[in-house]
Design a protein around this ligand. Structure first.
Ligand SMILES: [Zn+2]
Length: 395
C-alpha cells in the first residue's frame, strides 16, 4: 500500500525563486491545456489525455519557461487537469451543483508532482535533490520505509513541504482477541462498547474570536499593503495550527483503536442521515462532518496496514434500537438516555448506539448486556497518547 509522509523543506532564497517560477510555469501549462480543452469542446472535438500530453512539446516553444520544469512534472500537470475533470463529472453525477473547471490565478498552483523519477532523497543527510531545481534541506522526523514512488513539493503560505509517497508492505500487529463498536457524534466525538466516551475536540471554536479579530483587521487593511499580507499570513498560520491539531487528534485516536482491537465496527457514514447525529444548522457542521469521515478513513487504512478488520454497518436505527432486546425505542435529539420500556434497559444514548453497531458488525444476536458508567477521555488525553512511530498517511 502507498503511505505518504510529509516533511518540511527549507529551500534557500535562490531555490525558492526557482520553485516559485517552476510552479508558475506549471500553472501556465494547466491553464493553457484547459483553454485548449474548452476550445476543442466548443468545436465539438473530444480530446483525450494523450492529445493534451502531446501538446506539451509545442507549448514549450510558446512559453520557454516550461523548460525550467522537469519534463515528467509537466506531464503530471496534464494528469492533474484530467483528474480534476473526472472529479468534476463525478460530483455532477452525485447531483451536486457545480460550475466548470476554473483557470488557476497567480499563486493558486501550489503543488509539483515528481512521479517515479527526477528526485533523489538522501535520508541520512536530510537532503532532497530535485531535477532542474537543485538540492534542498529536508527535515525528516522519521525515515521513509519501503520504496519511494513519488515526491510532491507543496507550498503552504510561506512554507514548503515535501510529501513522500512510498510503497510499503503492511506490518501486521499481533491479535488481541478483542472487537469494538464505535459511535461517532457531536456530544462526544466517539463512544465505544468498552464504555469510553471521547471528548469532541473544538479546536476551531476555541480560537473563533481570535480568527474573527484577524479577519476584521484584514478586511480593514488596504489592498496590497504590508499589513494586509501580515494578517493574511497570521490567518493562514492559525488555520494551519487548527488543522494540525485536528489531524494529530484523529491520528492518535484511530491508532488507539487499531492497536487495541482486531475488529472495529463503525457506521457507514456515506448512507447516514446526518440529522441523527445532533446537528443544528450552522454548528460547524462541515468541520465535524469532515472529521468523522477522516477518522473512519484513517481507521480503514491503518487497519488495512496492520491486518485488522474494519466493518462498516448500516446506520439505520443504531440510535433507536434497544441493544438488549432489539425493540425500537423512539428518541428525540435531546434525549441523551436510552430507556427501554419493553425490557427496562437503560444507558447512555451513544453507548446503546455503539452496542448496536458492534452487534450489527459482528452479526451477533441481541443478548442482554450490563449497563455501566462511561469513562470520560479528554482531548488532552488523546493528544498525549504515544505510539511507536508507525507511518501515517497524510490526511
Ligand atoms: Zn429493550
Amino acid at each position: 500500500m502507498i503511505i505518504s509522509y510529509k516533511y518540511p523543506i527549507f529551500p534557500d532564497e535562490a531555490t525558492q525563486q526557482k520553485l516559485a517560477e517552476a510552479l508558475d510555469a506549471c500553472r501556465w501549462l494547466y491553464n493553457r491545456l484547459l483553454q485548449e480543452l474548452n476550445e476543442a469542446k466548443e468545436k465539438g472535438i473530444k480530446l483525450t489525455t494523450y492529445d493534451t500530453q502531446n501538446m506539451i512539446p509545442v507549448l514549450k516553444l510558446e512559453n520557454p519557461k516550461l523548460n525550467l520544469v522537469y519534463s515528467k512534472v509537466l506531464q503530471m500537470v496534464n494528469y492533474t487537469l484530467w483528474s480534476n475533470i473526472k472529479g468534476l463529472s463525478a460530483s455532477k453525477k452525485n447531483g451536486r451543483k457545480i460550475g466548470r473547471l476554473r483557470f488557476k490565478g497567480y499563486g493558486w498552483y501550489k503543488t509539483m508532482y515528481y512521479n517515479q523519477s527526477g528526485f533523489k532523497l538522501d535520508q541520512d543527510h536530510g537532503c532532497l535533490h530535485l531535477s532542474k531545481i537543485g538540492d534542498i534541506k529536508i527535515k525528516m522526523h522519521r525515515k521513509v520505509q519501503g520504496c519511494i514512488k513519488a515526491i510532491l513539493i507543496k507550498r503552504e503560505g510561506r512554507q514548503w513541504f515535501a510529501i513522500v509517497q512510498a510503497d510499503q508492505e503492511p506490518e501486521t500487529l499481533p491479535a488481541t482477541g478483542k472487537s469494538v463498536g464505535i459511535d461517532v457524534g457531536l456530544k462526544s466525538f466517539a463512544v465505544d462498547t468498552d464504555g469510553n466516551s471521547v471528548e469532541n475536540p473544538r479546536f476551531a471554536e476555541k480560537v473563533a474570536t481570535k480568527v474573527k479579530n484577524i479577519q476584521r483587521r484584514l478586511s480593514r487593511a488596504m489592498k496590497g499593503s504590508n499589513n494586509r499580507e501580515k494578517f493574511k499570513e497570521k490567518l493562514n498560520k492559525v488555520h494551519e495550527r487548527i488543522n494540525n491539531q485536528r489531524l494529530d487528534f484523529l491520528h492518535k485516536l484511530s491508532r488507539h483503536y487499531v492497536n487495541n482491537y482486531d475488529i472495529i465496527c463503525v457506521e457507514d457514514l456515506d448512507v447516514k442521515g446526518l440529522k441523527e447525529k445532533g446537528y443544528n444548522k450552522g454548528t460547524h457542521r462541515n468541520i465535524h462532518d469532515a472529521s468523522w469521515s477522516k477518522f473512519i478513513f484513517m481507521l480503514s487504512y491503518k487497519a488495512e496496514s496492520a491486518g485488522r478488520k474494519l466493518i462498516k454497518v448500516d446506520p439505520r436505527n443504531t440510535t433507536q434500537r434497544c441493544s438488549t432486546c432489539g425493540s425500537i425505542v423512539r428518541k428525540e435529539l435531546s434525549d441523551r438516555i436510552h430507556e427501554c420500556p419493553y425490557c427496562g434497559f437503560s444507558c447512555d444514548r451513544d453507548y446503546n448506539a455503539s452496542m448496536n453497531i458492534l452487534i450489527a458488525g459482528m452479526e451477533q444476536p441481541v443478548v442482554p448486556i450490563e449497563s455501566k458508567p462511561l469513562h470520560h477521555i479528554s482531548v488532552m488525553q488523546v493528544l498525549a497518547m504515544k505510539w511507536e512511530a508507525l507511518p501515517s498517511r497524510v490526511g
